[in-house]
Design a protein around this ligand. Sequence first.
Ligand SMILES: [Zn+2]
Ligand SMILES: [Zn+2]
Ligand SMILES: [Zn+2]
Length: 166
Amino acid sequence: MKHEDAHQHVHHNHNDCIESALSTAEALCIQQGQRLTKVRRRALELIWESHRPLGAYQLLAKLAEEGFNSAPPTVYRALDFLLGAGLIHKVESMNAYLGCAHADKAHKGYFLICDECHNVMEFDYQDIHAALVEKAARQGFELRAETIELTGLCEKCKGKSVGASA
Ligand SMILES: [Zn+2]
Ligand SMILES: [Zn+2]
Ligand SMILES: [Zn+2]
């Protein structure tokens, strides 16, 4: 993932994010011989409504409003599919789901979570990942899951709080 992603929440056309997420999803599904069913597609779209992760129950409620079969198993199956395809990530500390803009590239989800606006950004993981693997290996430990979720203030909210205190 590239560096300019760090600025993705400041001034950007979010429709572009949604459009590119959906076209990546369609391409990936064709590649993998999977079907982007209506409920999967709509779930992905709803998760991508913002850069704030969406909880399963919020998603369920939105789908129900739109007349989808929103029984929890249906929604969880759709989430499992999207997770398995790499189209979304689960942000563990928020127990919620985030659309991934790099679904076509294998990567770990390392997250920066803004305490104010609750937007979540992914950040570059490669060097941190390598260091973790190495340090764990020194203790004879083989890493399986890595949950790296850092909280703080995003660029936009940091600017706001500086302005407010001045
Ligand atoms: Zn966006
Ligand atoms: Zn990602
Ligand atoms: Zn923020």
